[in-house]
Design a protein. Structure first.
Length: 244
């Protein structure tokens, strides 16, 4: 079994660390990659092809894990060379998954839930070819949602709508508490019901959201556009908050 990566970031690097088997080898290419990525590839000690076209043609499973913006372009450029399964792990919309599916055979829509470098992430899959990837459950908890391409992408959007809306509420509540010099006390009383790690996780969520507010508001806008026929009162309020 050969698993090929188009794009080689922290997700790809962590998957290599998790999938330890004499029956599985990995391949990627340094074609057009940055010095930082090339160093990451070198550290992983995997096979390196001259081009991504070669990677796509020899791999039994191709994993696209680069960026949402380039997901369709990657599928267009290399999907035609893939004879195995094409697994996309980018944070993309359902519409984008449908577009990718037009350019590749045996397409599987996927998502890794958990920190990028987590030792125990969960891999979610949807698509008719998902069954052929369930061997990954030996190395990383793997769950098939359905045979429908796009179902995992919908779940990612819904999860994102929840986390970003919650982040907006946390920011608003903590800013008001700060004005009254009661921020520590606020998190103390919330931790009584939300758990001992609530303060640390919430502050991390707040800082991450504030530091990436533009990108996160754009993601909320994408959610609003996709689910335009649904009630999105809270999501729209969060979008307005983050856009400020």
């Amino acid at each position: 079994m050969i698993i090929g990566f188009i794009g080689f970031g922290k997700v790809s690097q962590n998957l290599i660390n998790l999938i330890k088997s004499e029956d599985v080898s990995f391949i990627t290419s340094a074609e057009g990659r940055s010095p930082k990525t090339i160093e990451r590839i070198r550290e992983s000690e995997i096979d390196v092809a001259d081009t991504f076209e070669e990677v796509a043609s020899v791999a039994d499973v191709i994993i696209s894990a680069n960026s949402p913006k380039s997901a369709v372009e990657v599928a267009k450029n290399y999907g035609k060379y893939v004879e195995g399964i094409y697994l996309d792990l980018n944070n993309i919309s359902p519409d984008t998954t449908f577009e990718i599916a037009e350019h590749v055979n045996d397409f599987v829509d996927g998502a890794i839930i958990g920190k990028i470098d987590s030792a125990h992430p969960i891999l979610y899959l949807s698509g008719e070819s998902s069954d052929r990837l369930m061997f990954l459950n030996e190395f990383i908890e793997t769950r098939k949602i359905s045979d429908n391409v796009g179902d995992v992408a919908i779940l990612k959007l819904l999860r994102s709508s929840y986390t970003k809306t919650l982040s907006a509420l946390l920011i608003e509540s903590s800013q008001i508490a700060e004005e009254y010099k009661l921020c520590n006390e606020l998190f103390d009383i919330l931790s009584l019901t939300e758990g001992d790690e609530f303060r640390e996780k919430s502050l991390s969520r707040i800082n991450n959201t504030l530091n990436n507010s533009k990108r996160k508001s754009e993601e909320l806008e994408e959610i609003i556009n996709y689910f335009e026929g649904n009630d999105l009162t809270m999501v729209k309020a969060a979008f307005k908050k983050l856009s400020q």
